[in-house]
Ligand binder design. Structure first.
Ligand SMILES: NC(=O)c1ccc[n+]([C@@H]2O[C@H](COP(=O)([O-])OP(=O)(O)OC[C@H]3O[C@@H](n4cnc5c(N)ncnc54)[C@H](OP(=O)(O)O)[C@@H]3O)[C@@H](O)[C@H]2O)c1
Length: 411
């Protein structure tokens, strides 16, 4: 079952947790989403059996989490980190693995639910391996759907995978469209906090420092998604993610800036009714829901008291000060290989900004230039499979790196 056809099957579905211990693996266990998921699992250890945990290279944290939660397998993506992981797990009985094969071993381990929370397109192959298990996939890694939406959703259908979202806005949409006729949906709106530069003038935004961009007003997240939130590319990626998750047309998708991050999503129906999903901004809510769906269980997330929250405000997204909004929307409408190229060029540009190799304002320019170059060369038709997606991803990274090298020309 995919989120797109939630209603009939999921409402009748029986919560796994009522009767069984749920076997869970977390791909990207050491990150912001991964540790939040383990925080929840650690609060109800009798309900879960932790199978595999993975990281890129953060051996110390991975080993600690694996030991604390009694994981069967821990894997690092970086081959050189294997010896340190093996040493850290020595005498625990926890299997250690490394490199692409180690990640595959972890992703292919039998589970009832795998949480896919690696950052970037690096998480695509492991997520697809978990899809092939034909069980539940709780997907945080939005870059999977941005880069490989059609291919990914086809794999979900082929393997009978139950795809649930771990993105707060999409979790909001999932809850709002449950058991309702999707033909009657006219618009799905994702809210955006607007990031740290919501009220800044354009010159100040262009010159913003890494430290300023990493200070998100509402959410504590990993570095890449935090920069994506500051450019507002994150909301553009989420529109593309929602398109695939809920099988919507680009014209049905919109974003709105809501600085308080209390309302996460709005769904408008043909009669003019608009349903909204509200909750405190805490990722443990969508993670918990993806684990227990269709049930809801108490979570440590603070309850909302609307008499005490600040006034809720809404404003249009400004795609002049935040050109990544325009670029992402254009890629979504263009379709084909454009979203994959957008994602790859953005990963290059964000990494360069975090390494202080370009200015904040260059991120959009690099992505724009890379997309134009690839489009002019006729390289953006729909990729047929994962190999074509990864080839396009590599070419987009090469072109974006060239654009980064020519940053003087961009200025
Ligand atoms: N954070 C949020 O609140 C939030 C909300 C919605 C969606 N998401 C999405 O969830 C995903 C994870 O976000 P995050 O904020 O949790 O990121 P994060 O804190 O940076 O964590 C990323 C995780 O992926 C691992 N990783 C990084 N590069 C890797 C590679 N090349 N190969 C294998 N593993 C790799 C990291 O391992 P190391 O620790 O060893 O580097 C870490 O476990 C992103 O796609 C993001 O867009 C996040």
């Amino acid at each position: 079952m995919v989120a797109a056809d939630f209603a009939p099957t999921s409402v009748q579905a029986k919560s796994f947790l009522q009767t069984n211990v749920m076997r869970v693996s977390i791909l990207g266990a050491t990150g912001s989403v991964g540790t939040s998921a383990l925080d929840l699992i650690g609060r109800a250890p009798a309900n879960y059996s932790v199978e595999a945990l993975t990281a890129d290279a953060n051996v110390a944290l991975l080993a600690r989490l694996a030991i604390t939660h009694g994981a069967k397998l821990a894997a690092v993506a970086t081959p050189d980190a294997y010896a340190a992981l093996k040493a850290a797990l020595s005498g625990t009985g926890i299997e250690a693995a490394a490199g692409p094969a180690g990640l595959e071993l972890a992703a292919g381990r039998a589970t009832d639910c795998t949480i896919a929370s690696i950052v970037g397109v690096a998480g695509l192959q492991p997520a697809l391996t978990a899809v092939a298990l034909g069980k539940r996939l709780a997907l945080a890694n939005k870059e999977c759907l941005v880069s490989a939406g059609h291919v990914f959703m086809r794999a979900v259908r082929t393997h009978g995978c139950e795809l649930l979202t771990v993105d707060s806005e999409h979790s909001g949409v999932m809850q709002l469209i449950e058991a309702r006729n999707r033909d009657q949906i006219t618009k799905v709106t994702l809210t955006a906090s607007g990031g740290p530069f919501r009220t800044w003038p354009p010159e100040a935004i262009n010159a913003a420092t890494v430290e300023q961009a990493l200070k998100h007003p509402n959410w504590a997240m990993g570095r890449k998604i935090t920069i994506d939130s500051a450019t507002m590319m994150n909301k553009g990626l989420e529109l593309i993610e929602a398109q695939h998750l809920f099988d919507l047309r680009p014209a049905q998708l919109d974003m709105i800036v809501h600085a308080q991050s209390i309302v996460h999503a709005l769904v408008e129906y043909s009669d003019g009714s608009v349903l909204a999903q509200l909750a405190a901004p805490d990722m443990r809510l969508p993670i918990a829901l993806a684990l227990t769906w269709p049930d809801r269980r108490p979570t440590p997330v603070p309850k909302l008291d609307l008499t005490k929250t600040p006034a809720l405000t809404f404003e249009p997204a400004d795609d002049i000060r935040f050109p990544c909004v325009r670029l992402a929307r254009a890629a979504m409408h263009q379709g084909g290989g454009a979203p994959a190229a957008l994602n790859a060029a953005n990963e290059v540009a964000v990494a360069a900004f975090l390494a202080k190799r370009c200015k904040f304002g260059h991120i959009a320019s690099i992505v724009d230039r890379a997309l134009q170059t690839l489009d002019n060369r006729g390289l953006l038709p729909e990729p047929a499979g994962v190999a074509e997606i990864m080839n396009l991803d590599a070419e987009a990274r090469r072109v974006a790196t060239e654009a980064l090298g020519a940053i003087g020309d961009i200025d």
